[in-house]
Design a protein around this ligand. Structure first.
Ligand code: DI6
Ligand code: FE
Length: 404
């Protein structure tokens, strides 16, 4: 074995997140070889003297984890909604604020008014907070433009974060997020516009890796959701959906029928619908930040999801209304405290299962052949990252094999 690796990270404890039956997928190997942006090999300490590399990094017995993946965010938007936070504290509900023209609609007005540079500038600050915690992949949704130009602008801004930060962006077109004022009381025509005008542009400019719908009593019906899914299918773009956040609208069953990558929120998901998700390999994305901010009481059916082996992911849902949380570690802690996940499930939910929720098989675990997006942590056990809210930061981050 006379390969000259780019980098060797040695003397580390590896939480690979591989489903190898051990907590955190811990490995007995303690050396990771990186080459040309990928994980090239895993070795035991006694092999170290035979390995050659341009750079050798002593991990000093710290824990090495895959870079985190935030698989559900709305981090490109104009303005903020601090005023609505105050209203909600006075007892006005999220739903009533939305029905009175606030909520998503107020962010739409601010986002439409913002230039591409302004949107990038504010999104960059939020994305930076995520990356500081060891997040190396972020999913970003459109959905605060709702017209053709602003939706495309949001998706371009999201993608351009990649040139500013060590992060990989997965974009999602969420045209069916809310009804814009120009289509007031005409949801069917708006869905026509989404499917026939915007989506073809999104597809031809390759601006989205997935298509999402807010399927909800205050969003779009299952019939409207299905129209969007069918259109996405015609363009060969995978789908996902916000479902069962406030009511059981049977969005999850529909999403499963279209082999959705994920169903997100799912507090009101009926246990009897879970086998459909297991069948379609759809990931259940838990968003405890929105549950927390909206003071919800109905919890997602975590033990039933576990029983049916539906993979669970955890994400921030970072948005100006229901989840202004630019911290994946905080969302992971909330998933344990509020929803009863184990720290290991929470960590899997922000690595391997988050990758699944994005349809990405090249990351999320420490394994030869995967992207060399890795984080090193000065902790005693991986659980510590989730159990304490101590503002943990990785001591080192490797992005595509490069130390950043
Ligand atoms: N569900 C959410 O949690 C976000 N969008 C959605 O459909 C909230 C968006 C917002 O309040 O601005
Ligand atoms: Fe969301």
């Amino acid at each position: 074995m006379s390969v000259q690796f780019d980098t060797l990270i040695y003397n580390v404890r590896i939480a690979s997140m591989q489903p190898n039956g051990l907590p955190y997928g811990e490995l007995s190997e303690s050396v990771v070889a990186l080459h040309q942006g990928l994980i090239a090999g895993l070795y035991h300490a006694d092999a170290l003297s035979e390995l050659s590399a341009n750079t050798r990094i002593n991990g000093h017995q710290q824990w090495l984890l895959p870079g985190f993946i935030d698989c559900h965010t709305h981090l490109v938007f104009g303005g903020d909604r601090a005023n609505e936070f105050e209203l909600r504290l006075q007892g006005v509900s999220y739903k009533d604020i939305a029905l009175q023209g606030g909520g998503i609609k107020s962010t739409v007005a601010k986002t439409r008014a913002a230039s591409e540079a302004e949107l990038l500038n504010s999104a960059l600050k939020r994305a930076k907070r995520l990356t500081e915690e060891g997040v190396t992949t972020v999913e970003v949704k459109s959905g605060y433009g709702l017209d053709n130009d602003t939706e495309l602008r949001m998706l371009r801004v999201a993608k351009s974060l990649e040139s500013q930060l060590p992060v990989r962006i997965s974009t999602t077109y969420l045209g069916a997020h809310a009804l814009p004022p120009e289509f007031a009381d005409n949801a069917e025509n708006y869905i026509d516009f989404v499917c026939q005008t915007v989506l073809p542009n999104v597809a031809s400019q390759q601006l989205a890796n997935a298509v999402d719908v807010f399927c909800e009593s205050i969003g779009f019906t299952t019939a409207q959701t299905e129209r969007v899914f069918k259109a996405a299918q015609q363009f060969g773009i995978p789908v996902k959906a916000h479902v069962e956040q406030l009511t059981d609208s049977k969005g999850a069953v529909l999403a499963a029928k279209y082999n959705a990558l994920s169903v997100d929120h799912i507090e009101y998901l009926a246990e009897s619908d879970i086998p459909h998700l297991a069948e379609s390999g759809t990931v259940a994305v838990l968003l405890p930040g929105a549950f927390y901010y909206l003071n919800e009481v109905q919890k997602p059916p975590v033990s039933a999801l576990r029983q049916h082996n539906v993979p669970m992911a955890v994400a921030t849902d970072l948005n100006p209304g229901s989840s202004p949380i630019a911290s994946l570690l905080t969302a992971m802690n909330m998933a344990c405290v509020l929803f009863g996940l184990t720290p290991e499930e929470s960590l899997r939910g922000a690595t391997l299962n988050a990758a699944l929720a994005l349809g990405l098989s090249d990351r999320g675990e420490i394994k030869p052949g995967k992207l060399a997006d890795l984080t090193l942590w000065d902790i005693n056990t991986p659980a510590e990252l989730v159990y304490t809210l101590n503002g943990h930061r990785p001591t080192q981050v490797f992005f595509g094999g490069q130390h950043v």
